[in-house]
Design a protein around this ligand. Structure first.
Ligand code: XBP
Ligand code: MG
Length: 247
């Protein structure tokens, strides 16, 4: 029986990757780097989960010698950490204050789950700071109270597609995978949830819609809010169709 909904954050709760991309590019400018991630490049780089991992991956591609010995006595890890800290500050500016609204249907689904006494949890690759920047306005400063468990980059070292963060969520919920439903936007997220045995529903974004979602329970444009056309059809006697499309 369904007892919990487990949500990914970036791309699922909200369409955030455009803001992440802007934050990365602002950090590169602050750091005096001539790096710039276009939408097309970022779409490819998103195959690497984790902002720090993504920076390091790009650096090795763009400047192998520099990525091996950054110079001035700095280590690669310290340089990546410094760039990522700049990026996180920019992301907070871009995501806070409700600038990135929740995706269609998310708030409704969370409220309905609460009313039906289902547990709701988060399993994400991103940082606690980024989750707070995104949710503190649309869900309120006490947003953590809505979730039975919040598992993030601080919970599991191994990033998606590793299942670690979903295993942590199942342990925190005290539920078997079969009693849960995961919501994801990316192939890495689907692979992670499926590796943990959790039935998964995907709602891709413009950054992930070209990826493969084999094994998804259902692929949806979004989690649905009826629109006027649907209401008109319903008023004319048609059954109320959610915006749900079989893969
Ligand atoms: C998506 C990610 C994150 C974000 C950037 O996380 O892979 O790395 O792209 O955030 P999710 P950080 O699992 O929520 O889809 O820079 O904090 O990693
Ligand atoms: Mg995601």
């Amino acid at each position: 029986m369904l007892k919990a909904l487990i949500f990914d954050v970036d791309g699922t709760l909200a369409d955030t990757e455009g803001a992440h991309r802007d934050a990365f590019n602002a950090a590169f400018r602050d750091a005096g780097l001539r790096w710039h991630w276009s939408e097309a490049m970022y779409t490819k780089l998103l195959e690497v989960s984790g902002g720090k991992e993504r920076i390091r991956h790009y650096w090795q591609l763009a400047d192998p010698a520099g990525a091996a010995a950054p110079g001035a006595g700095a280590t690669v890890a310290a340089t990546v950490d410094a760039i990522h800290a700049l990026k996180t500050r920019h992301y907070d500016r871009l995501a806070s204050g409700g600038r990135l609204g929740l995706r269609p249907g998310i708030l409704r689904l969370i409220r309905e789950a609460q009313a039906a006494r289902l547990a709701v949890a988060i399993a994400t690759t991103t940082t606690p700071a980024n989750i707070d920047a995104l949710l503190r306005t649309p869900l309120g400063s006490d947003w953590r109270g809505l979730f039975r468990a919040v598992c993030d980059a601080g919970t599991a070292a191994a990033k998606k597609p590793a299942p670690d963060v979903y295993h942590a969520a199942l342990a925190a919920l005290g539920l078997p995978a079969a009693d849960c439903l995961a919501f994801e936007d990316s192939a890495n997220g689907l692979l992670a949830a499926r590796a943990a045995g959790i039935p998964t529903l995907v709602t891709p974004t413009v950054y992930t819609r070209g990826q493969r979602f084999d094994g998804a329970l259902l692929r949806l444009d979004h989690l649905g809010e009826v629109d006027l056309a649907a209401l008109r059809r319903w008023h004319a006697g048609a059954p109320m169709q959610a915006h749900w499309r079989r893969p």
